[in-house]
Design a protein. Structure first.
Length: 279
């Protein structure tokens, strides 16, 4: 018997695969393929509920290390003299980071195909420009209604319309616009690496009792922002953009992506462990 794909029910969920979750963030361009595979299996299960999934993934070691070395988050620096074995200039580094992101993206796409889905990639440097949650770029490309189609984008180096020439558009900015502007999005899930959600104490000191289950801006939290390699704002940016989305009527949640079945439990209305951002 041939199983027919689920019918699109008008509901969408945006899922952010964190860069620290899907890559070894301190080792250049190494992906956690087992974690990506498990996440994609859960995405398949969500689509079987008639819900369309849109994925945005972070860069991790495929982007941040080289971007940090070349200070790409600061834009074009005409007096910046640097070199490495692959690049002679910032402009060289821009192209290398874009290509590295396409390599990571291809791994995600391949895993989605393996579970029977139809992924469509949207590299931001091809359709977006400028930075922040009001970056330029139409989102119509994400609006198809085939539940088996999974649109995929990612944090990337994009063109900037001023003297900076380029900059890093964070995946957190992309998920914010998608969640707020795209019709039918009911939830945004940040799939995180190594933590169950937002914590009261630094992760290496945390016990099961230190999870913040419900968060609003007046609640203090601790998180790891790897300033030595991160170039997009870390957990602080995630919470700011998540709160922006929540205040626009979309539910926002932080869930440990190393246990992706928790995402499925959330979608199915079962008990799950993680953090909810309150509007």
């Amino acid at each position: 018997m041939v199983l027919m794909p689920a019918r699109f029910m008008g509901k969408r969920i945006v899922v952010k695969f964190g860069g620290a979750l899907i890559t070894k963030k301190d080792e250049q361009s190494v992906a956690h393929t087992d974690i990506i595979s498990n996440l994609c299996s859960v995405v398949k299960s969500i689509t079987e509920e008639g819900i369309q999934v849109i994925i945005v993934h972070g860069a991790g070691s495929f982007g941040h290390l080289k971007a940090k070395h070349w200070r790409l988050n600061e834009g074009y620096l005409p007096d910046y003299e640097q070199s490495d074995e692959e690049c002679l200039s910032q402009l060289d580094a821009v192209e290398h980071v874009r290509n590295d992101m396409l390599k990571l993206n291809s791994i995600v796409l391949s895993q989605l195909i393996d579970v029977g889905l139809n992924p469509i990639s949207h590299p931001p440097h091809e359709w977006a420009s400028n930075l922040g949650p009001e970056f330029n770029g139409t989102l119509e490309r994400f609006a198809s209604e085939d539940v088996n189609t999974v649109h995929v984008s990612f944090g990337d180096v994009v063109d900037v319309d001023d003297e900076r020439k380029f900059g890093i558009l964070s995946g957190d900015d992309i998920v914010a616009r998608l969640s707020i502007e795209l019709k039918g999005v009911e939830s945004l899930v940040f799939a995180m690496g190594g933590v169950d959600g937002l914590l009261k104490v630094p992760p290496h000191l945390a016990t099961v009792d230190d999870l913040i289950e419900d968060w609003s801006p007046e609640v203090a939290y601790e998180g790891v922002h790897q300033t030595d390699i991160d170039v997009t704002g870390g957990i602080g940016l995630k919470m700011t953009r998540g709160y922006l989305v929540a205040t626009n009527g979309v539910s926002v949640h932080l869930i440990n992506g190393e246990y992706p079945e928790r995402i499925l439990d959330f979608v199915r209305g079962k008990t799950w462990r993680g953090t909810t951002i309150l509007p």
